[in-house]
Design a protein. Structure first.
Length: 370
C-alpha cells in the first residue's frame, strides 16, 4: 500500500493571502474551484460512485488546479512587473490587473471541462468506469462549464453563497433533494450543502453534432489532463487507511462483524467512529483552504488525525475512548498528528458542527470493512 500524501508537494502551490498581492483572477479561480469541487462531489453521488472513485476524481482535479494556479500566478507576476516598469517613470501606483469577462469565461469553461475529465478519469483509475455519455450528461445537467453564468469574482461569490433565484428561471437541483433521491455510500458534506442549490438543465444534451463534438473534446481534455499530471493518477486513500488502522489496533470493525470480543470498542461505537471519520474526510476533500494543507500529510498520519478528531467528538456522546497516544504504535510522529488534527479542527470550526444527517448510510460502511 502506497502511503504518500494525496496531494504531494509537487502538485501543490501556496497562494498568497495578502490582499495587496492577490489578483482578481486568482480570487475568481479559487471560487471556481470551490464550486466545481462541490459539483464533482454531487455528480459522484448521482452516479452512485464509491468513496475511492469520488476521492480520486476530486484529488486529480485539485492536482491539476494547483498546476493551473501556478501558471496563473506566474502570468500575473509577469504582468505586474511589466506594469510596474511602465508606470515607474510616471510615478503611478500599480493597480490590480482585472481579468476581462472573456478571460473569466474561458477559465470557467476550461476548468469545467477539466472537472468532467477528472470525473471520467477517476472512475477508470479506480476500476469503477462510467460511460462517457453519463459523464457528459451530468456535466451538462450540472452546468460544469458555465458555473451559473457568473461574469465576475463578486458575482461568482454571491452565486456560490446565495444562488439568487432571480438571476435565472432554470430548474434547480437542491443538494439535500439529491441526497434523498440518490443512493449515497457516504454522507453529503456540510461544505457541499453550503452551496445551497445548483441550477439544473431541463434535459440532457441531444445526440446531435454537438454531443459528438463534446465527446471528442472530453477525450482531448483527458489527454491534456494526463500530460499535465505526468500520467500520475495514483491516489492514496485515507478512507481505506482508516479501516486498516481501526482493524490493526483492534479498535473495532463495525456492527456487521460479530467476532470482536477482543476489540476495544463495541461494534456500534466503532461503526459510529468510522462513520464520523469518513464524514470528516468528505469535508476535507472539497475544502479549498484547510483541505489543501491537510491533504499534504501522508495517509497514515491523515487517517490517525481524522480518527483522533472523530473520537474526541464521539467521546462527548459517551461512545468510548481510545488509549493515550495510540498513534505511536504506528510510528506516527506526535507533532505531525497534532498539526494535522489542528488543521482539521479549524476546518470543522469554520464549517460549523459537522452533522451526520443521513444516518442510513452508516450501515453501508460495514460493507467496506471486509
Amino acid at each position: 500500500m502506497d502511503l504518500r500524501a494525496p496531494l504531494p508537494s509537487e502538485h501543490c502551490t501556496v497562494s498568497s493571502n495578502d490582499d495587496d498581492n492577490t489578483s482578481s483572477t486568482l480570487v475568481f479561480l479559487e471560487q471556481s474551484m470551490k464550486y466545481l469541487l462541490c459539483r464533482i462531489y454531487l455528480a459522484s453521488q448521482m452516479m452512485e460512485l464509491g468513496s475511492e472513485s469520488r476521492f480520486t476524481s476530486i484529488v486529480l482535479f485539485r492536482r491539476y488546479a494547483c498546476h493551473f494556479e501556478r501558471v496563473i500566478q506566474q502570468n500575473y507576476c509577469q504582468q505586474q512587473t511589466l506594469q510596474q516598469e511602465q508606470n515607474q517613470k510616471g510615478g503611478k501606483r500599480v493597480h490590480d490587473i482585472q481579468p476581462s469577462p472573456q478571460e473569466m469565461k474561458q477559465i470557467k469553461c476550461h476548468l469545467g471541462r477539466i472537472a468532467a475529465a477528472c470525473l471520467f478519469l477517476g472512475c477508470k483509475a479506480e476500476e469503477e468506469p462510467r460511460r462517457i455519455r453519463d459523464v457528459i450528461n451530468l456535466s451538462s445537467l450540472l452546468d460544469f462549464e458555465d458555473l451559473g453564468g457568473c461574469d465576475s469574482p463578486m458575482s461568482m461569490k454571491a452565486d456560490i453563497n446565495n444562488c439568487d433565484a432571480n438571476e435565472s428561471n432554470s430548474p434547480k437541483l437542491s443538494l439535500r433533494q439529491s441526497q434523498r433521491t440518490t443512493t449515497s455510500r457516504t454522507p453529503i458534506t456540510s461544505a457541499a450543502l453550503d452551496v445551497g442549490e445548483i441550477r439544473e438543465s431541463k434535459h440532457p444534451p441531444l445526440l446531435d453534432e454537438k454531443y459528438w463534438s463534446d465527446k471528442e473534446q472530453m477525450v482531448s481534455t483527458e489527454q491534456q489532463l494526463l500530460r499535465m499530471l505526468q500520467f500520475d493518477t495514483l491516489v492514496c486513500h485515507p478512507y481505506r487507511c482508516v479501516l486498516i488502522v481501526m482493524d490493526t489496533l483492534d479498535f473495532g470493525r463495525g456492527s456487521k462483524f460479530h467476532d470482536q470480543a477482543h476489540c476495544l470498542l463495541s461494534p456500534r461505537a466503532s461503526e459510529a467512529l468510522i462513520f464520523k471519520a469518513w464524514t470528516i474526510l468528505n469535508e476535507i476533500s472539497i475544502d479549498i483552504d484547510q483541505g489543501t494543507t491537510i491533504l499534504q500529510y501522508n495517509v497514515v498520519t491523515l487517517a490517525c488525525a481524522v480518527i483522533s478528531v472523530a473520537a474526541a467528538a464521539n467521546r462527548s456522546g459517551g461512545n468510548g475512548t481510545l488509549p493515550v497516544e495510540w498513534w505511536r504504535a504506528l510510528d506516527v510522529p506526535t507533532n505531525d498528528l497534532m498539526s494535522a488534527a489542528g488543521c482539521i479542527k479549524n476546518l470543522l470550526h469554520e464549517r460549523g458542527k459537522t452533522t451526520c444527517s443521513d444516518r442510513a448510510t452508516a450501515s453501508n460502511i460495514s460493507n467496506n470493512l471486509s
